[in-house]
Design a protein around this ligand. Structure first.
Ligand code: PXP
Length: 238
């Protein structure tokens, strides 16, 4: 099966916001990422709009021809945004409003009622729902029970352990992906995936529908250029 590369363009917006004008142009970068081979574009509009802003999301919607994936905590403001924009996929993350970056998956069992309501609203709007989780079979089964279509596995623990113990690092993700597949869920993954650790992850973890990658990919692009970088990430997914 194919694993799609969704490029997270938050960092492009961070760079743009540093000068208050429109360089780099977030919309043009999204178009170019797709032209260069990205199979999806991910954005994470945070309440403080420190990178992607609400109006970026509206502008990106008609431009993205692959899959637009919007990540975020399902606050009333976030739900209002995604139900208006209607992207292909929404990834629900449990972040506090001031979180630097996502740092853990949902406790789905403890938030089952809340998440079930959110997922239902997304389904009614024709939006695929994905719940960000740690590689934990209990949480994955709970994600299936609240009606989600997919889970996104939080991969920072994998990335941290990979350099010293690749097999040990990936083992929980292999089991998690099998559990998700058995529960009827699709499988996405993201956080700290890079040219160093992506190929091994992809080659080890079955049923991987999509990886969403931002920080390392944009860092690599500074040296390699965006086109060569996207080519190399996709090479890891073959
Ligand atoms: N998935 C989720 C839910 C995230 O919050 C992020 C960071 O915005 C990513 C994936 C991408 O992580 P990274 O920037 O480390 O590639």
């Amino acid at each position: 099966m194919t694993t799609n590369l969704s490029v997270n363009i938050n960092k492009i917006a961070t760079l743009r916001n540093a000068r208050g004008e429109n360089a780099p142009d977030v919309q043009q970068v999204a178009i170019d990422c797709e032209r260069m081979g990205a199979q999806g574009i991910t954005v994470h509009p945070r309440p403080d709009e420190r990178h992607i802003r609400r109006d970026d999301v509206f502008k990106l919607r008609p431009l993205v021809k692959t899959e637009l994936n919007i990540e975020g905590y399902p606050s009333p403001e976030f739900m209002d945004l995604v139900l208006k924009v209607k992207p292909k996929q929404v990834t629900l993350v449990p972040d506090a409003p001031d979180a630097l970056t996502s740092s853990a998956g949902w406790n789905v069992t403890a938030n089952a009622e809340f998440l079930a309501q959110i997922v239902e609203k997304l389904h009614d709007a024709g939006i695929r729902s994905s719940i960000f989780v740690d590689p934990d079979a209990v949480q994955i089964k709970a994600a299936a029970a609240v009606g989600a279509d997919r889970v996104e596995l939080y991969t920072k623990p994998y990335a941290d352990t990979y350099p010293t113990d690749p097999a040990g690092a990936v083992a929980p993700y292999v089991a998690a992906s099998q559990a998700a597949h058995k529960a009827g869920l699709g499988v996405n993954a993201g956080h700290d995936l890079s040219l160093v650790n992506l190929k091994y992850f992809h080659d080890s973890v079955p049923y991987l529908n999509e990886v969403s990658i931002g920080h390392a990919l944009i860092c690599d692009a500074l040296y390699l250029g965006l086109e060569e970088t996207i080519r190399r990430y996709k090479e890891c997914l073959k």
